[in-house]
Design a protein. Structure first.
Length: 362
């Protein structure tokens, strides 16, 4: 199965569902649950070498037609195990993993060149497709991390796929492609040092394929802009002027979603339902930026900081899927908050030709 899909927030992970339908309305397969129901799932992780995607942008294939790759040699001709005789042919490596979810047997197979390509769990009992993926990700991640640190090599999961064994329905992780765009930018004037610093950090975020690093870059911009606003308010007060602090709110009404986005993105960009759902997190709708930052974004940032920046025991693990899910949940909205704050604070430098309602100013 190969499909072409362009939707979702560019550069972020999304999930596609391929659900079968029977001609007869009463057929049991037509009663399958969105997202998968309780039962058994086959889970397949396909690996790739970082920087070398297995498919062109916007194109996705099922694991049967996708040849994975990595730097880890596990079979002929890349690796000949000295413990085996010349007649032995290592077909796969078995990982026996035990977590709080149970004991799992995972089969690692090679591509035709002998490098680790895919890892499969044949039958996993779970409540949903995502539950099955999380269980296997948790069981597999520690083994991959151990190999990665021992051999000093990246092991990147390019795609995960879950097959509901009772129905044959498939659930596939994808990275939404970056949108192509014509050179529609205003003629450059003099860019201030502050704006250049924020723009460089924003570009670093987009260049990264790690959601945690993206989130940290976006949040650093937010912190810098909040500090700048506070400094400007203090300076205004010292001059005897009333301090001005912008009040910015994430819309609650769905009719306001696209106009809110049109004010901070280039002209002619489409917005599909998947993208809108990933941006407008229910908890954030109708709330001020400052409330969202303090109640939701800062706690995520603090956990990351404690884990990878500060001293002390780790509180967030890259191998713990539930932790990373919090980053995925908030990173799209965080990106939009950054753009709205930049537009408010640098009106002559950031998208000066787009008005607050999304219309074009000549």
């Amino acid at each position: 199965m190969t499909i072409s899909f362009r939707g979702g927030m560019p550069g972020l992970m999304q999930y596609l569902e391929c659900m079968a339908q029977a001609a007869h309305p009463a057929h049991p397969i037509n009663k399958a649950e969105i997202g998968g129901g309780p039962g058994f799932y086959k889970v397949v992780f396909t690996l790739a070498r970082p920087g070398y995607p297995l498919q062109p942008e916007g194109h996705y294939s099922s694991y049967e037609t996708l040849e994975g790759d990595s730097h880890l040699a596990i079979a002929k001709p890349a690796y000949i195990n000295p413990a085996f005789t010349p007649d032995d042919d290592l077909k796969h490596v078995v990982f026996n993993a035990q977590t709080e979810d149970g004991v799992f047997q995972l089969y690692a197979t090679s591509n035709k060149r002998g490098y680790l390509a895919q890892i499969t769990a044949e039958s996993v009992q779970a409540n949903t497709a995502q539950d099955a993926r999380i269980k296997i990700a948790r069981a597999l991640a520690s083994s991959l991390s151990n190999i990665s640190i021992q051999l000093d090599m990246p092991l990147w999961v390019y795609q995960s796929e879950m097959i509901e064994l009772a129905t044959g329905n498939r659930f596939m992780s994808i990275i939404s492609p970056i949108l192509e765009s014509p050179m529609r930018v205003a003629p450059e004037g003099t860019l201030t040092k502050e704006f250049r610093a924020n723009a460089s950090l924003y570009r670093e975020a987009l260049n990264s394929n790690t959601p945690v690093f993206q989130f940290l870059c976006f949040f650093k911009i937010i912190e810098a802009l909040l500090a700048r606003r506070e400094r400007i308010a203090v300076e205004a007060k010292a001059r005897g002027e009333p301090p001005s602090r912008p009040v910015q709110i994430v819309p609650a009404d769905e009719k306001e979603f696209i106009p809110w986005l049109s004010a901070i993105y280039h002209v002619g960009r489409g917005w599909d339902e998947i993208t809108l759902a990933s941006i407008f997190v229910p908890e954030a709708r109708g709330k001020k930026f400052t409330r969202i930052i303090e109640d939701y974004l800062r706690p995520v940032r603090v956990r990351i900081a404690h884990a990878v920046l500060d001293s002390g025991e780790l509180t967030l693990s890259a191998d713990e899927e539930m932790d990373i899910q919090q980053v995925y949940k908030w990173v799209a909205l965080t990106r939009c908050i950054v753009r709205h704050m930049l537009k408010s604070d640098f009106p002559s430098e950031f998208l000066p030709y787009i008005a607050g309602d999304g219309s074009i100013e000549v």
